[in-house]
Ligand binder design. Structure first.
Ligand SMILES: Cc1cc2nc3c(=O)[nH]c(=O)nc-3n(C[C@H](O)[C@H](O)[C@H](O)COP(=O)(O)O)c2cc1C
Length: 222
Protein backbone atom coordinates (compact mmCIF):
# COMPACT_ATOMS: atom_id res chain seq x y z
CA UNK A 1 0.00 0.00 0.00
CA UNK A 2 1.39 3.38 -0.94
CA UNK A 3 0.13 6.76 0.25
CA UNK A 4 0.70 9.98 -1.62
CA UNK A 5 3.43 12.20 -0.09
CA UNK A 6 0.89 14.94 0.58
CA UNK A 7 -1.10 12.66 2.81
CA UNK A 8 -0.49 12.98 6.50
CA UNK A 9 0.55 10.30 8.99
CA UNK A 10 -3.07 10.03 10.02
CA UNK A 11 -3.99 8.48 6.67
CA UNK A 12 -2.03 5.44 7.62
CA UNK A 13 -4.31 2.61 8.57
CA UNK A 14 -2.33 -0.57 8.86
CA UNK A 15 -4.27 -3.67 7.89
CA UNK A 16 -3.50 -6.48 10.35
CA UNK A 17 -2.10 -8.73 7.64
CA UNK A 18 0.23 -6.13 6.15
CA UNK A 19 3.64 -6.18 7.75
CA UNK A 20 5.65 -3.58 5.86
CA UNK A 21 4.41 -0.36 4.36
CA UNK A 22 5.93 2.35 2.26
CA UNK A 23 4.46 5.82 2.42
CA UNK A 24 5.37 9.40 1.93
CA UNK A 25 5.90 11.92 4.68
CA UNK A 26 6.83 15.43 3.60
CA UNK A 27 9.22 14.74 0.73
CA UNK A 28 10.59 11.42 1.97
CA UNK A 29 9.53 7.90 1.23
CA UNK A 30 9.70 5.85 4.37
CA UNK A 31 9.36 2.15 5.00
CA UNK A 32 7.65 1.11 8.19
CA UNK A 33 8.10 -2.20 9.88
CA UNK A 34 5.50 -3.08 12.40
CA UNK A 35 6.80 -3.16 15.94
CA UNK A 36 6.63 -6.90 16.49
CA UNK A 37 8.41 -7.46 13.22
CA UNK A 38 11.11 -4.90 14.04
CA UNK A 39 11.69 -6.65 17.37
CA UNK A 40 12.15 -10.02 15.69
CA UNK A 41 14.08 -8.70 12.72
CA UNK A 42 16.61 -6.74 14.74
CA UNK A 43 19.81 -8.74 14.56
CA UNK A 44 23.31 -7.69 15.52
CA UNK A 45 24.90 -6.40 12.33
CA UNK A 46 28.62 -6.89 11.80
CA UNK A 47 29.07 -5.90 8.17
CA UNK A 48 28.22 -2.45 6.87
CA UNK A 49 28.23 -0.55 3.60
CA UNK A 50 30.38 2.57 3.37
CA UNK A 51 27.33 4.84 3.41
CA UNK A 52 27.48 7.37 6.21
CA UNK A 53 24.48 7.99 8.45
CA UNK A 54 22.98 11.43 8.27
CA UNK A 55 23.50 13.42 11.49
CA UNK A 56 19.83 14.34 11.60
CA UNK A 57 18.86 10.69 11.46
CA UNK A 58 21.22 9.83 14.33
CA UNK A 59 19.63 12.66 16.30
CA UNK A 60 16.15 11.33 15.47
CA UNK A 61 17.07 7.86 16.75
CA UNK A 62 18.47 9.25 19.99
CA UNK A 63 15.39 11.44 20.42
CA UNK A 64 13.17 8.38 20.15
CA UNK A 65 15.40 6.21 22.36
CA UNK A 66 14.88 8.49 25.36
CA UNK A 67 11.16 7.67 25.43
CA UNK A 68 12.22 4.56 27.34
CA UNK A 69 10.86 4.20 30.86
CA UNK A 70 13.25 5.04 33.67
CA UNK A 71 13.06 4.52 37.41
CA UNK A 72 11.44 7.57 39.06
CA UNK A 73 11.55 9.09 35.57
CA UNK A 74 15.17 10.06 36.26
CA UNK A 75 16.19 9.80 32.57
CA UNK A 76 19.81 9.33 33.69
CA UNK A 77 21.37 9.10 30.22
CA UNK A 78 23.87 11.16 28.25
CA UNK A 79 25.47 10.52 24.88
CA UNK A 80 28.67 10.61 22.92
CA UNK A 81 28.43 10.17 19.17
CA UNK A 82 31.43 9.36 16.98
CA UNK A 83 31.05 9.59 13.21
CA UNK A 84 34.71 9.57 12.25
CA UNK A 85 35.96 6.33 10.75
CA UNK A 86 39.65 7.13 11.30
CA UNK A 87 39.05 7.84 14.97
CA UNK A 88 36.94 4.69 15.32
CA UNK A 89 39.82 2.66 13.88
CA UNK A 90 42.18 4.22 16.43
CA UNK A 91 39.73 3.42 19.22
CA UNK A 92 39.44 -0.17 18.01
CA UNK A 93 43.22 -0.61 18.03
CA UNK A 94 43.45 0.86 21.53
CA UNK A 95 40.59 -1.34 22.77
CA UNK A 96 42.22 -4.48 21.38
CA UNK A 97 45.48 -3.66 23.18
CA UNK A 98 43.58 -3.03 26.40
CA UNK A 99 41.66 -6.30 26.07
CA UNK A 100 44.89 -8.23 25.40
CA UNK A 101 46.37 -6.80 28.60
CA UNK A 102 43.27 -7.98 30.49
CA UNK A 103 43.49 -11.44 28.91
CA UNK A 104 46.99 -11.79 30.35
CA UNK A 105 45.58 -11.55 33.86
CA UNK A 106 42.11 -13.05 33.30
CA UNK A 107 42.40 -16.52 31.73
CA UNK A 108 38.60 -16.67 31.31
CA UNK A 109 39.01 -14.23 28.42
CA UNK A 110 41.58 -16.42 26.66
CA UNK A 111 39.02 -17.35 23.97
CA UNK A 112 39.28 -13.78 22.61
CA UNK A 113 43.08 -13.71 22.28
CA UNK A 114 43.35 -14.70 18.62
CA UNK A 115 40.55 -12.26 17.64
CA UNK A 116 42.27 -9.41 19.48
CA UNK A 117 45.63 -10.29 17.94
CA UNK A 118 44.12 -10.26 14.47
CA UNK A 119 45.27 -6.98 12.90
CA UNK A 120 42.35 -6.98 10.48
CA UNK A 121 39.72 -7.24 13.20
CA UNK A 122 37.95 -4.01 14.02
CA UNK A 123 35.83 -4.19 17.17
CA UNK A 124 33.41 -1.73 15.48
CA UNK A 125 33.22 -3.80 12.28
CA UNK A 126 34.03 -0.65 10.26
CA UNK A 127 30.63 0.83 11.10
CA UNK A 128 30.40 4.51 10.20
CA UNK A 129 28.98 5.55 13.57
CA UNK A 130 29.15 4.75 17.25
CA UNK A 131 26.52 6.00 19.67
CA UNK A 132 27.50 5.59 23.30
CA UNK A 133 24.96 5.64 26.11
CA UNK A 134 26.34 6.84 29.45
CA UNK A 135 24.33 6.83 32.65
CA UNK A 136 24.50 8.69 35.96
CA UNK A 137 26.61 6.61 38.33
CA UNK A 138 24.74 7.54 41.49
CA UNK A 139 21.42 6.31 40.08
CA UNK A 140 20.98 2.68 41.16
CA UNK A 141 18.83 1.95 38.08
CA UNK A 142 21.06 3.54 35.52
CA UNK A 143 22.00 0.25 33.80
CA UNK A 144 18.34 -0.73 33.39
CA UNK A 145 17.23 2.69 32.21
CA UNK A 146 20.03 3.20 29.71
CA UNK A 147 19.75 -0.35 28.41
CA UNK A 148 16.08 0.17 27.68
CA UNK A 149 16.89 3.40 25.87
CA UNK A 150 19.56 1.51 23.93
CA UNK A 151 17.04 -1.15 22.92
CA UNK A 152 14.65 1.57 21.72
CA UNK A 153 17.54 2.97 19.71
CA UNK A 154 18.29 -0.39 18.10
CA UNK A 155 14.65 -1.04 17.23
CA UNK A 156 14.15 2.44 15.81
CA UNK A 157 17.32 1.97 13.76
CA UNK A 158 15.97 -1.32 12.42
CA UNK A 159 12.78 0.39 11.40
CA UNK A 160 14.89 2.88 9.43
CA UNK A 161 16.72 0.01 7.69
CA UNK A 162 19.85 0.69 9.76
CA UNK A 163 21.90 -1.97 11.50
CA UNK A 164 23.25 -1.88 15.05
CA UNK A 165 25.30 -3.99 17.42
CA UNK A 166 26.08 -3.46 21.11
CA UNK A 167 29.88 -3.55 21.36
CA UNK A 168 30.86 -4.66 24.84
CA UNK A 169 34.50 -4.73 23.77
CA UNK A 170 34.37 -0.94 23.50
CA UNK A 171 34.37 -0.70 27.29
CA UNK A 172 38.15 -0.98 27.13
CA UNK A 173 38.29 2.54 25.69
CA UNK A 174 34.92 4.24 26.19
CA UNK A 175 34.97 3.78 29.98
CA UNK A 176 38.51 5.09 30.36
CA UNK A 177 39.26 8.36 32.15
CA UNK A 178 41.19 9.54 29.10
CA UNK A 179 38.20 9.06 26.79
CA UNK A 180 35.80 10.59 29.30
CA UNK A 181 37.95 13.67 29.74
CA UNK A 182 38.47 14.08 26.00
CA UNK A 183 34.71 13.94 25.33
CA UNK A 184 33.56 16.07 28.27
CA UNK A 185 31.72 13.23 30.01
CA UNK A 186 31.09 14.30 33.60
CA UNK A 187 32.85 12.26 36.26
CA UNK A 188 29.53 11.09 37.68
CA UNK A 189 28.52 9.28 34.46
CA UNK A 190 29.50 5.73 33.59
CA UNK A 191 29.52 3.78 30.36
CA UNK A 192 26.45 1.62 29.73
CA UNK A 193 25.90 0.89 26.04
CA UNK A 194 28.25 1.45 23.10
CA UNK A 195 26.15 0.82 19.96
CA UNK A 196 27.51 0.84 16.42
CA UNK A 197 25.23 2.11 13.67
CA UNK A 198 25.30 1.93 9.90
CA UNK A 199 23.64 0.64 6.75
CA UNK A 200 23.97 -3.14 6.78
CA UNK A 201 25.56 -5.07 3.99
CA UNK A 202 22.48 -7.24 4.44
CA UNK A 203 19.99 -8.15 7.13
CA UNK A 204 20.42 -11.82 8.03
CA UNK A 205 17.51 -13.81 6.61
CA UNK A 206 17.67 -16.66 9.05
CA UNK A 207 16.75 -15.52 12.48
CA UNK A 208 19.02 -16.78 15.21
CA UNK A 209 16.74 -19.04 17.18
CA UNK A 210 16.08 -18.36 20.81
CA UNK A 211 16.60 -20.90 23.57
CA UNK A 212 13.64 -22.40 25.38
CA UNK A 213 13.15 -20.33 28.49
CA UNK A 214 11.99 -21.56 31.86
CA UNK A 215 8.69 -20.30 33.24
CA UNK A 216 9.20 -20.79 36.95
CA UNK A 217 5.64 -20.10 37.90
CA UNK A 218 2.46 -18.73 36.29
CA UNK A 219 -0.25 -18.04 38.79
CA UNK A 220 -3.86 -17.58 37.72
CA UNK A 221 -7.09 -17.68 39.63
CA UNK A 222 -8.85 -20.22 37.39
C1 LIG B 1 25.98 -6.41 26.72
C2 LIG B 1 26.25 -6.89 25.31
C3 LIG B 1 27.55 -6.86 24.82
C4 LIG B 1 27.83 -7.28 23.52
N1 LIG B 1 29.11 -7.16 23.04
C5 LIG B 1 29.37 -7.51 21.76
C6 LIG B 1 30.67 -7.30 21.21
O1 LIG B 1 31.59 -6.77 21.85
N2 LIG B 1 30.89 -7.67 19.93
C7 LIG B 1 29.89 -8.24 19.16
O2 LIG B 1 30.16 -8.57 18.00
N3 LIG B 1 28.64 -8.43 19.65
C8 LIG B 1 28.35 -8.08 20.91
N4 LIG B 1 27.08 -8.21 21.41
C9 LIG B 1 26.01 -8.75 20.55
C10 LIG B 1 25.61 -10.18 20.94
O3 LIG B 1 26.64 -11.05 20.54
C11 LIG B 1 24.27 -10.52 20.24
O4 LIG B 1 23.27 -9.67 20.72
C12 LIG B 1 23.85 -11.97 20.48
O5 LIG B 1 24.75 -12.86 19.88
C13 LIG B 1 22.44 -12.27 19.92
O6 LIG B 1 22.39 -11.97 18.53
P1 LIG B 1 21.35 -10.91 17.95
O7 LIG B 1 21.66 -9.55 18.57
O8 LIG B 1 21.57 -10.92 16.46
O9 LIG B 1 19.97 -11.35 18.31
C14 LIG B 1 26.79 -7.79 22.70
C15 LIG B 1 25.47 -7.79 23.19
C16 LIG B 1 25.19 -7.34 24.46
C17 LIG B 1 23.75 -7.30 24.95
Amino acid sequence: MVCHPLFSWSCLLIPPNMTMMVFGYKDRWVSILELLEAIQQRRSIRKFTEQTVDKGLVQELIDVSVWAPSASNEQPWGFVIVQDQVYLNELSTAAKSGILEKINVLPALEQYRSTMENQAFNIFYNAPALVIFYGKKDDPHTDHDCSMAAQNFMLAAREKELGTCWIGFAEAVCASDEFKTKHHIPEDYKLVAPIILGYPDHFPQNSISRKDYPVFSWVTNN
